[in-house]
Structures are given as structure tokens and as C-alpha cells.
Design a protein around this ligand. Sequence first.
Ligand code: PGA
Length: 255
Amino acid sequence: MSRIPMIAGNWKMNTTVEDAVRLVTTMLPNLDKVSGIDKVVCPPFVSLAAVKEIIEGSTIKLGAQDVFYKEKGAFTGEISPGMLAGLCEYVIIGHSERRQYFGDNEEIIDMKIKAAMESMLKPIFCVGESLEENEAGRTEEVLTRQCMASCDRLYFFGGIVIAYEPVWAIGTGKSATSEQANKTIGFIRQLIRHRHSGEIADNVRILYGGSVTAANIAELMKMPEIDGALVGGASLKHDDFLSIAQQASEIRGVS
Ligand code: PGA
């Protein structure tokens, strides 16, 4: 079993097309050389084509931040899996900001995962408990519900990347400790082991996300259950993102 670690940058609603081009152009030469891990950038939809052109032929991969579950039609403002399929390899689905502000519930998220996979996109499926749920000791119950609503897709298709992102750690500067994150990710892997198979559980990549920085990535990557990170704020600073990727590669890169 050797899961290839992944460092993915979620740029969220930041960067104009011009900014995105500048950011990825600055990152490219050094990030391209980081080996033994998958490196993914997820700019806003409007910058995907421009970023794709710049990273063409490099080792950097491209992801989108969301997708709709219908293939086409009268859905003003939405982007379909077919539109993304030629542009990027990955797509973030079920991010807590989508759940919180845009009404993405478990049913919608599951439809998005199914639609994405049918178009050969690889979902980065986000799960995580809120602060209240965490403080009430309900983390495992919430994760079980969120995972079970969509993890059947694992059984049918394989290839999903899961990102455990405790909502209280996102954008707050208050990361989970590496021990906490390792334990919870281990719990998610156990869920998959029981629901599906040991083989699927051993192969699925589970990332941690929430205030990951160049200062805490090393501790996280030393943990056996943590297969990488989904990075928000720090992915917008090219030297921080590079350092995060380099440390992940040094600690866990596969040859
Ligand atoms: P953060 O965001 O690194 O800024 O906390 C992570 C995420 O939301 O994916």
C-alpha cells in the first residue's frame, strides 16, 4: 500500500484571471520540481482555462472548486461536469462553505459526486464537523452521516479523495493538532473499512484541511493516516504553498 500524498490549494473566491496567471506562473518552476506527491491548484472557474495553459506539460494538476450535477440546460450560472472534464482533473465537492452558504446538503453533494465521476472528474470530497458539534462530542456521528451519504460512490467508482476539514479550523488560524487530525482521519478510514473493504480503505487518500501552513504541515505529514492537505489561505502565497509541498514531499513522498 502506498498512497501518493496530495497537496491541493483551494484558492476560493480570490484572484482575478490576471492574479491567477501571475500566481501560478510564479509557483510553477519550483513547484514543478517537487516530486513524489500530487500537487493540485484549484482556482476560480473563470481562471481554469488560463491556468491550464500555463501548467500544461508540468507536474502540477488542476482542480475546480465545485460542479453542478446536471449535464446541461436551464440552470443559470451553473457549471456542468462535461464543461470541466476537458479542463481539469479534480473537483472539490461538499466544501463546508458550500454546505453553509449555498445549501449544498448531503443529497445534492452525493448527486454532484456521481455526476462528476461519470464525467471522469476526480472528486475531493470534503467532510467535517462544526464547532458546536465538536464541543458536543458529536464529531464521529456527524462524519459517519456525511461519509455514508456519499461513500457508496467509493464502492462503485473508487478514486475519490476525501478531505477532513473541521469547520472550526477553516480560516481561523486554529488548526486541529496533528494527533486529533490523525485520529479522526483514522476513524473515517475505519468507517470505509467496515462499509466497503479493507482494500478500498487502505487505498483511499484522506487529506486534512483547516489552517494548514508551512509551520504545521510537517507535524501533520508525519502522521500515518494523513495523506496530505487541502490548503486555503496559505495556497495564495506562492512561497508558503511551495514550502508546504516541499515538506510533504520530503516527509512522505513516494518514489
Ligand atoms: P484554510 O482553508 O487553509 O484557509 O483554513 C482550508 C479550506 O477551506 O479548504
